[in-house]
Ligand binder design. Structure first.
Ligand SMILES: [Zn+2]
Length: 373
């Protein structure tokens, strides 16, 4: 069984009309899943409930939670910045997104199932502050629930940005292995996620970062993934997997400088699902995340659900959904296969050289702690 988390109330997590984190993309994604016939006996849609205070305190301090509840700008808690402004209802909307991932994790501790919270993946939130559009860290909250049943939980994050909040929250833990692939922090928010961030104390060697060169596309991403990730699954033997599946790695994304396509994204997701089946009994909690081109996100998230269901990706988008999309957004959605971006020879050489150094350095650093590669 796959539990799918979506609610019309996800639309309330809205930082305003000019903000890139537009919740309409989730509504469009859910509608596409419906039109493609995926809400059926195999996928069970769950109407989520807000997270309880005690559950939020698994990760966040009471002072920070109270500050969100007050719904007043307070930069000491990261609230009221340009990235994460305060809006009326921010507390309820944030609790609902967090409650969805927590409930999904609880179901996974009670029965063998997988789940997809398309509104989740708020990986930048810290225990004491909001950051980068993220108020409550639902991936970390879900992991803390999964740890009640599972001894080892693997977190993999393929969003264009470093999963810094989740990394920090489990930085000293040896029972949560965090892996983040992202555009290098040399170029992009939050400016972290380098290969020497490997965890601390008993958690040393259990934080892994793969910073990708600017303009990396399918070839670079698939190479980096295959060189590092399958071996880590094999070595760590997770019992459950949480995956943040942001799609702001796409070439059309306005916030990053990467060149992935929808096909490349789907390939990575397919590999994560395969590795989870192989090593973790198929127990996958998939979460949404970034992705700021409205034409890309719904198609990408619908493809995640198809792949979780073990289906081929459809060749065409349903015409009624395309019409609905066009009427709402005033543009055509992007349908796969999308174009592959070719960079110039010099750029390609530079990217390859930078990635060679990164992957070699990362393997050496990990091997100094555990003999993995
Ligand atoms: Zn992102």
């Amino acid at each position: 069984m796959i539990y799918l988390y979506y609610s019309e109330k996800f639309q309330d997590y809205n930082f305003g009309p000019e903000h890139p984190f537009n919740p309409v993309r989730l509504m469009l994604a859910y509608k596409l899943m419906e039109e493609e016939g995926m809400i059926d006996g195999l996928t069970c849609k769950v109407e989520p409930q807000p997270a309880a205070q005690a559950d939020l305190e698994r990760v966040h301090t009471p002072e920070y939670i109270a500050s969100v509840q007050a719904e007043e700008p307070d930069l000491a808690f990261g609230l009221g910045s340009d990235d994460t402004p305060v809006f009326p209802g921010i507390y309820a909307a944030s609790r609902l997104l967090a409650g969805s991932s927590i409930d999904a994790a609880r179901r996974m501790t009670a029965e063998d199932c997988s789940a997809f919270n398309i509104g989740g993946g708020l990986h930048h939130a810290m225990p004491t502050r909001a950051s980068g559009f993220c108020v409550f860290d639902d991936p970390a909250l879900a992991i803390s629930v999964l740890k009640e049943r599972f001894e080892r939980v693997l977190y993999i994050d393929i969003d264009g940005h470093h999963g810094d909040g989740v990394q920090q929250i489990f930085y000293e833990d040896f029972d949560v292995l965090t892996i983040s692939m992202h555009e290098s922090g040399l170029y992009l928010f939050p400016g972290t996620g380098f290969i020497d961030e490997l965890g601390a104390g008993p958690g040393l060697g259990y934080s892994v970062n793969i910073p990708m060169p600017m303009y990396s596309g399918n070839e670079e991403y698939l190479r980096a993934f295959e060189e590092i990730v399958p071996r880590l699954f094999e070595w760590f033997e997770p019992q459950a997997v949480v995956a943040q599946l942001g799609v702001d790695t796409h070439y059309s994304d306005p916030l990053t400088t990467l060149n992935m396509t929808l096909a490349g994204y789907a390939h990575l997701v397919r590999r994560i699902i395969e590795l989870t089946r192989l090593h973790a009994g198929g127990r996958l909690l998939a979460l949404g995340g970034g992705g700021y081109n409205m034409e890309v996100v719904p198609v990408a998230f619908a493809s995640v659900l198809h792949l979780m269901r073990g289906e081929q990706l459809p060749e065409y988008l349903p015409p009624c959904w395309v019409e609905f999309f066009s009427n709402l957004v005033d543009r055509e959605p992007l349908s796969p296969p999308d174009i592959e971006i070719k960079v110039g020879n010099e750029t390609k050489k530079r990217i390859t050289a930078e990635l060679d150094v990164t992957l070699q350095g990362l393997k050496e650093k990990i091997n100094e702690i555990h003999r993995v590669f």
